[in-house]
Design a protein around this ligand. Structure first.
Ligand code: NAD
Length: 417
């Protein structure tokens, strides 16, 4: 967890801000500000030299009123219980804003995966899967990838679960490799929805994304894919970064070549004839669009004063603090919120789960077309709310839509016991 701002407090402030524009009982809003449960476990992992590590791990189940809990698992040394709770809450409202029939959940393991061999990571992942087994299931809670996890970890969790349950249940987890029951289009789904959200917001502002200059913070799954698809759309990606720093070329970067460079050297830094920048310099570059695609709290109050772009599309979860949001709103910087912009990941996870349940695979074209429909409809619904209510930002409008849906499902279910 970066910076000093507690992401769970950020989530609760975002909910309170939206609640001010909603006619919903205060006690219902209070229920929707807390997770239903959090599993905290300490995993025993055998290192390759035979020694044992104790590794802390969490799974938060935030809200299940609209469907099974759903959300990724993150491996990062900065993971905290409150971060996982916040990420689980954001998942709840993300699923609601794109109207996918899931609740929200999230998992986190306090580990630096770079310090582990592949065999050690497999033992760690299977140990977590054993702890998760009573809590997850195709109709109960469905994990997925997040920072530092991907198809490999999802395949291990599926295998552990299926072996222990003595069944096949590919829908217990999403983000799997295609041959293990994954969906076409899943790997690039988050980046694709970021591109679609950027295209839609530029159109709404009577501008053309193809004419834009773009800076992307975080060159992983979400950021690198968003950069490539935005470049394919015709925009110029002039700066990208990872935890090692940022690179800048005012004439535009060849995004695929940067991926190759990062694969070879482990960092974007040092690519071609580019200028090196810090991550803060990247976020305040004079470009048309900034895409934060790394971790929470990248744009804080102080930095928000220096943001030169007039549009931000959030690929990361929680990259803008509530105080920064207020500064950006005062400065007329439009922020397309994470819960809509990066919802492509969970939307195609939902398609993967549907295909797993039906034992029937869709083509990549069908996946991409359905994803585009979901994101465009959600964006249009958000704009309609933004223009017809008192919501001061696109984020608040998104929460207004999402909280209303979750609150409706919660109250329709009644209170029991
Ligand atoms: P990833 O591990 O593939 O990539 C993360 C990237 O961010 C890496 O390049 C890393 O070097 C970089 N990074 C880390 N700390 C940084 C820092 N301080 N400054 C600059 N760069 C930094 O992870 P990902 O899956 O792409 O996830 C990135 C963000 O997108 C997270 O907030 C995640 O929750 C969110 N997200 C991911 C998905 C998905 O499907 N992968 C879906 C929705 C949201």
């Amino acid at each position: 967890m970066s910076d000093q701002i507690n992401p769970f407090e950020s989530l609760q402030q975002q909910i309170d801000e939206a609640a001010a524009s909603l006619v919903i009982d205060a006690d219902v809003i209070e229920r929707l500000k807390h997770p239903q449960r959090v599993l905290e476990t300490n995993l025993t992992v055998e290192r390759d030299d035979g020694s044992l590590d104790v590794v802390q791990a969490f799974r938060a189940q935030f809200n299940g009123d609209r469907g099974p809990y759903k959300g990724g698992i993150r491996y990062h040394p900065g993971v905290t219980r409150d971060e996982v709770k916040a990420l689980a809450g954001w998942m709840t409202y993300k699923c609601a804003v794109v109207d996918v029939p899931y609740g929200g959940g999230k998992g986190g393991v306090v580990v630096n995966p770079r310090e582990y061999s592949e065999r050690e990571l497999e033992r760690l992942t299977r140990a977590f899967a054993v702890e998760l087994r009573p809590f997850i299931g195709e109709d109960r809670d469905i994990p997925a990838p997040d920072v530092n996890t991907g198809q490999r970890e999802m395949n291990w969790i599926k295998d552990t679960y299926e072996t222990l349950e003595n069944t096949t249940a590919p829908g217990v987890i999403t983000g799997k490799a295609i041959d293990s029951g994954g969906s076409a289009g899943r790997a690039e789904a988050t980046g694709r929805s970021v591109m679609l959200a950027a295209r839609e917001v530029f159109t709404w502002l009577d501008r053309d994304l193809a004419d834009a200059t773009v800076a992307v913070q975080g060159y992983g799954n979400a950021g690198a894919t968003a950069a490539r698809l935005i470049e394919e759309f015709g925009a110029s990606v002039v700066a990208v970064s990872d935890s090692s720093g940022a690179i800048y070329d005012p004439d535009g970067l060849a995004t695929d070549a940067v991926v190759e460079h990062k694969q070879e050297t482990g960092a974007v830094d040092g690519f071609g004839d580019t200028q090196s920048l810090s991550n803060d310099e990247l976020l305040t570059l004079d470009v048309d669009l900034v895409i934060p695609a790394a971790l929470e709290n990248a744009i804080n109050e102080e930095l928000a004063h220096d943001v030169a772009a007039d549009v931000i599309v959030e690929a990361a979860n929680g990259p803008t603090t509530p105080a920064a949001d207020r500064v950006l709103a005062d400065r007329d910087v439009r922020v397309v919120p994470d819960i809509l912009a990066n919802a492509g990941g969970v939307t195609v996870s939902y398609f993967e789960w549907v295909q797993n349940r039906q034992r029937f695979s869709w083509t990549e074209q069908r996946v991409n077309e359905e994803l585009e429909r979901v994101i465009v409809e959600a964006f249009e619904g958000l704009i309609e709310r933004y223009e017809s209510t008192e919501a001061s930002t696109l984020r608040t409008a998104a929460y207004v839509v999402a909280i209303e849906r979750v609150a409706d499902a919660y109250t329709q279910g009644g209170t029991w016991p």
